[in-house]
Ligand binder design. Structure first.
Ligand SMILES: [Zn+2]
Length: 394
């Protein structure tokens, strides 16, 4: 039976997925990379952090929670490497691939590169969800990475001998489908696909060649190839997240206007969207665009748009009133039965992240839970003001 996104809050609300890893876990990653501790010792720290994340998430009152991706190297690399330093890289991959992104503060994140085939995930989202879900008493969501991000593993301007780009992308679409089905089988109430590279694909940054190749239509096509493998009933609970990036409290594509992205984004046949919005300068014009371009019928599902009401890069916690006001403004342009709330992005998509504007990852965790609590309370306030019925618990 499909999970009802509106449960408990009337207006659906859910996180993107990640939380800062505790400083202790980040130190354990460094120790593991240096060979000072075993995989088992690293996993004990990951498990402690996942358990703490689940229990603190439940304390926010959120109707649906996540484990904060505490088991993952990053939102993008969990299928292919155990750590960001490249320990435990999957078969047919080597260090030194393309820049995924160059961020506004000048730092960058680099992907590994594919050197042969066939391409297979080493870790699926279900593998780690299965290890966290026993800690939870509430429904859990699961984030997965989009095939478009992993498409960047293939060298930009060469064809690998014996493994064409076409064959690779066929494998990629199948692996992403398997990742999503596995997450549902492991108990996920809904699954969102992280698509941060969508907005970045329009950036045309000369330092990062792939961003100037007009790849957005191809990215949309790859994700729709995955979505088309699911029925409309399944797609009600499959979403897509868009944002201008979030790492070390910096972004990578906030200067790309939404007007350039949204007409393409809403061509995705997903049942819901998690959209960065709070950190936009002109939010009302974003709501207008969402109202114009989101679809009542995306190949059998209505697109529910969760707008970002929380900025994870800003250490100041938004108030419930601010969250409520934002949703009331959005409801002027977006049909209220297709409106939801979320955070602009994960609170820490990469495992190693010192959260510089916050001062420390441990403090940033405290702030994140405070922000999530405000999101939930403010969303309930807005639902009341809009007269939205809260469905009875099953
Ligand atoms: Zn994001």
């Amino acid at each position: 039976m499909a999970y009802d996104l509106r449960s408990e809050t009337g207006i659906p609300t859910q996180p993107v997925g990640s939380l800062p890893r505790p400083a202790k876990l980040q130190a354990a990653y460094a120790d593991y990379d240096a060979g000072r501790i075993s995989k088992q010792q690293l996993e004990a720290e990951q498990e402690a952090a996942a358990k703490d994340s689940v229990s603190r998430f439940e304390a926010t009152g959120s109707p649906i929670i996540a484990d904060g991706e505490q088991w993952w190297s990053s939102f993008a690399t969990y299928p292919v490497t155990d750590t960001l330093a490249g320990t435990g890289l999957a078969d047919h991959l080597a260090a030194g691939g393309q820049y995924f992104a160059i961020f506004s503060d000048g730092h960058y994140r680099q992907l590994p590169k594919l050197v042969g085939g066939p391409f297979r995930y080493k870790t699926y989202a279900a593998d780690t969800l299965a290890r966290s879900i026993g800690f939870a008493t509430k429904p859990m969501k699961q984030a997965v990475i989009a095939p478009s991000m992993l498409a960047l593993l293939y060298p930009l301007d060469e064809e690998l001998p014996g493994y064409s780009r076409e064959d690779f992308e066929g494998d990629l679409v199948s692996e992403c489908e398997k990742d999503i089905r596995g997450a549902f089988d492991a108990g996920a109430a809904c699954v969102s696909i992280d698509f941060t590279e969508g907005r970045l694909a329009l950036r045309e940054d000369s330092r990062n060649p792939w961003t100037g190749r007009g790849m957005l239509p191809h990215f949309i096509d790859l994700i729709n190839r995955v979505l088309d493998r699911f029925s409309p009933d399944e797609r009600i609970n499959i979403g897509v997240h868009t944002c201008p990036g979030g790492d070390r409290d910096a972004v990578h594509s906030a200067d790309v206007p939404y007007a350039a992205l949204l007409p393409s984004l809403f061509q995705l046949n997903a049942g819901f969207f998690l959209m960065q919005n709070k950190s936009e300068r002109d939010r009302e014009s974003v709501y207008k665009l969402v109202g114009e371009h989101s679809r009542e019928d995306a190949n059998g599902v209505a697109q529910v748009v969760h707008i970002g009401v929380i900025n994870p890069q800003n250490p100041r916690a938004e108030t419930p009133q601010e969250v409520c006001d934002e949703l009331l403004t959005a409801a002027k342009y977006i049909p209220k039965e297709r409106l939801g709330s979320t955070d602009d992005c994960g609170f820490s998509p990469f495992s190693i992240d010192e959260k510089p504007l916050h001062g420390s990852p441990d403090f940033a965790r405290d702030v994140a839970f405070e922000k999530i609590t405000s999101r939930v309370q403010g969303t309930k306030m807005a639902a009341e003001r809009l007269g939205i019925h809260v469905p009875a618990a099953a």
